[in-house]
Design a protein around this ligand. Structure first.
Ligand code: GLN
Length: 229
């Protein structure tokens, strides 16, 4: 409305990085998940369709993809950080997260100290990788490009443990009881949707939709769909 064209050609493009279940992942031919549903609400309020652009997380979190015009919004389970705020603008927070430790259930690893001399899988460009580098100095960090590779590395014993956001790891262990989440590090993170710096028209619409879905129950429905009650 108002004659301001927020997105082009009836489409809002979303930069994201797959797989990051249950926030965004492939199911058959479709990309589905919590973030996908949230951006579908933004699309619906704009009267357009959402199109997903799957690219490396590094180019999303650096702001490079938004600045290059690869997409209108970035929705990738992405934590709002001071450094990232310099390279894009963030919506109001839409999800809380903290770093967590994924280990074989029988490993006895349950703290950062237990990782002394062990191999810890981190995901490239993430807050988890930063946290491990700063706070788990005794571990040897092994970097993986995406969450799927990190999970497989822990599952197959290529590494001793992995660090990532609690939401994705708890989702994974629910179906893989041979693994466990034994510690959460209370990093107090919040996810935000990114837009190009200065794109206040679109940012305002994103925030308006986030407020609407909080108020009309849609957010709770989406939450229940992907995380249970
Ligand atoms: N929340 C973490 C971050 O922003 C991980 C996001 C992701 O891997 N998609 O770095």
């Amino acid at each position: 409305g108002g004659g301001v064209e927020l997105v082009s050609d009836g489409v809002i493009t979303t930069c994201t990085h797959l797989p990051y279940e249950p926030f965004q992942f492939q199911e058959g031919d479709e990309v589905v998940g919590f973030d996908v549903d949230v951006v579908d609400e933004i699309a619906s309020d704009l009267g357009v369709e959402q199109e997903i652009v799957n690219i490396p997380f590094e180019t999303i979190q650096s702001g490079e993809a938004l600045n290059a015009g690869q997409c209108d919004v970035a929705a990738a389970g992405m934590t709002i950080t001071d450094v990232r705020e310099e390279n894009m603008d963030f919506s109001t927070p839409y999800f809380d997260a903290t770093q967590a430790l994924l280990v074989p259930a029988d490993s006895g690893i349950s703290s950062a100290e237990d990782l002394d001399g062990l191999q810890l899988a981190v995901q490239s460009g993430t807050t988890g990788a930063d946290y491990a580098a700063e706070n788990i100095p005794g571990a040897e960090l092994v970097t993986y490009e995406d969450l799927g590779l990190l999970l497989t590395a822990v599952q197959t014993g290529q590494v001793d443990a992995g660090i990532n956001d609690n939401g994705v790891l708890l989702d994974f262990v629910a179906d893989n009881p041979e693994l466990a989440v034994t510690t959460e590090f209370d990093t107090g993170e919040q996810y935000g949707i990114g837009v190009r710096t200065g794109n206040t028209a679109l940012l305002d619409q994103v925030d308006t939709t986030l407020e609407r879905i909080r108020e009309d129950g849609t957010y709770d429905e989406i939450y229940t769909e992907w995380f249970g009650s």
